[in-house]
Design a protein around this ligand. Structure first.
Ligand SMILES: Cc1cc2nc3c(=O)[nH]c(=O)nc-3n(C[C@H](O)[C@H](O)[C@H](O)COP(=O)(O)OP(=O)(O)OC[C@H]3O[C@@H](n4cnc5c(N)ncnc54)[C@H](O)[C@@H]3O)c2cc1C
Length: 385
């Protein structure tokens, strides 16, 4: 593969690649079309270790380093965006955030169960009127007799309909706090969101909280740290996962494009022989290599715990999702009418790629974050007088 991975890491990635091909790809079309996530696949993902991929071994995880995890996410993303989404939410957004900010008791309670797949976690931030401006959430909490009472509605929560628990972000006036909330508490109900462009097998839902009483030990991190620490950590981990997952869609789209163009004949020759078709293949090749370089750089910075890893992760997420959309669009173009037909996987790649430009911070939000960093780093220094 390359010299930044050890033989052991390469062997593991090959194992995941084979698993993805044999057990994930085979289910992806059905889960997308029928709108469900196969429970047997959850069991298989836990058996192979992916539900605790980055968790420390002491909690039953595989303790994968960021690069190996990234490559594995690409392999899964190539086959099925719903499965990649489960990894993004369960491992990256929820598990890694509890590991970073949870109390020892919370880690002991949740992480081993998550690694085994006994408990699935979801991340509940977005609401009807709050997306990009995440600080604007309206879900509230009040404290009463050393407990918290939560009221409000969350929207677009991936796996919200099947998760066993959620990280919920709520506010008390200006104070924003995160809570770990079990779904079976009284006053919680969920409603599946149908008619989505993509993520159709990810049980995306609304979640309603009606006077839900939450014990004090369910606060995640410090009270009031819900946005600065919890949301920012979760989104950083989520973006890293999305960057590699988008690369998976881009790579799969390229492979399908080449396969189809090499077989399909028009005007008495294979369409791949046309330079205009080769132009799309050349662009896809170049974009994929550039996106992979950004993902690797973000992975290396994360491995070295470099503070710049956050902005490099944003750049990787922004670029990978953008080129995944472009390449998936070209893959549909190369397939002509068949590209618009669900018998060919490029139709699904096209729909799934668009979602990745929107979740975990839209492309415009990434552009702003990257620009703010660039302005700070490269603006000419003011002359002191
Ligand atoms: C399939 C799917 C799964 C999801 N899963 C989850 C989940 O598990 N948990 C969760 O909490 N949320 C989830 N979401 C919600 C997702 O995070 C939000 O949709 C996303 O953050 C964008 O918010 P919004 O939809 O409210 O768009 P808005 O914030 O209303 O943005 C609309 C448009 O305006 C642009 N815009 C907004 N502000 C600015 C600005 N300042 N400058 C320039 N442009 C701007 C945006 O880029 C976008 O193009 C999911 C969404 C989808 C579609």
């Amino acid at each position: 593969m390359n010299n930044i991975l050890s033989q052991e890491q390469e062997t593991f990635i090959s194992k995941i690649s084979m698993f993805s091909e044999q057990e994930v790809k085979t289910r992806s079309k059905d889960m997308d079309e029928q709108g469900y996530f196969d429970e047997n696949l959850i069991r298989r993902l836990s058996e192979i270790g992916l539900l605790g991929a980055t968790f420390p071994k002491e909690y039953g995880g595989l303790e994968l380093d960021p690069l190996t995890y990234g490559y594995c996410t690409e392999e899964i993303g190539k086959s099925c965006s719903n499965t990649r989404a489960l990894m993004t939410v369960h491992v990256s957004l929820v598990g890694e955030t509890i590991l970073r900010w949870g109390s020892q008791e919370q880690k002991n309670e949740w992480i081993p169960q998550m690694a085994r797949g006994d408990k699935i976690g979801a991340f509940a931030l977005s609401e009807e009127n709050t997306g990009s401006n995440a600080k604007g959430i309206a879900t509230t909490y009040i404290e009463k007799h050393n407990k918290f009472i939560i009221n409000g509605e969350k929207k677009f929560i991936s796996f919200g309909d099947i998760a066993d628990f959620f990280i919920v972000i709520a506010r008390n006036n200006q104070e924003i706090t995160a809570f770990i909330i079990e779904r079976d508490l009284e006053g919680i109900s969920t409603e599946p969101i149908k008619g989505l462009l993509g993520s159709r097998g990810s049980h995306v839902s609304k979640i309603y909280f009606n006077n839900v009483v939450v014990p004090a030990d369910r606060v995640l991190g410090l009270r009031g740290s819900g946005f600065t620490y919890i949301v920012n950590t979760a989104l950083d981990h989520g973006r890293y996962s999305i960057a590699w997952g988008a690369l998976g869609i881009a790579q799969a789209s390229l492979e399908e494009m080449i396969k189809y163009a090499s077989k399909r004949e028009q005007f008495g020759k294979r369409i791949v022989e046309n330079q205009l078709i080769q132009g799309m293949i050349g662009d896809a090749m170049t974009h994929i290599h550039a996106a992979r370089a950004l993902c690797i750089e973000a992975g290396l910075k994360r491995r070295n715990q470099d503070t710049d890893s956050i902005i490099h992760t944003s750049m990787a997420k922004y670029y990978s999702s953008k080129i995944a959309m472009e390449i998936a669009t070209d893959a549909v173009q190369v397939h002509g009418g068949n590209g618009c037909y669900n018998t060919f996987p490029v139709e699904r790649f096209f729909r799934e790629a668009k979602i990745l430009e929107i979740i975990e911070g839209t492309s415009q939000i990434q552009q702003q974050l990257i620009a703010q960093y660039g302005l700070k780093k490269y603006s000419p220094r003011k002359t002191l007088i």
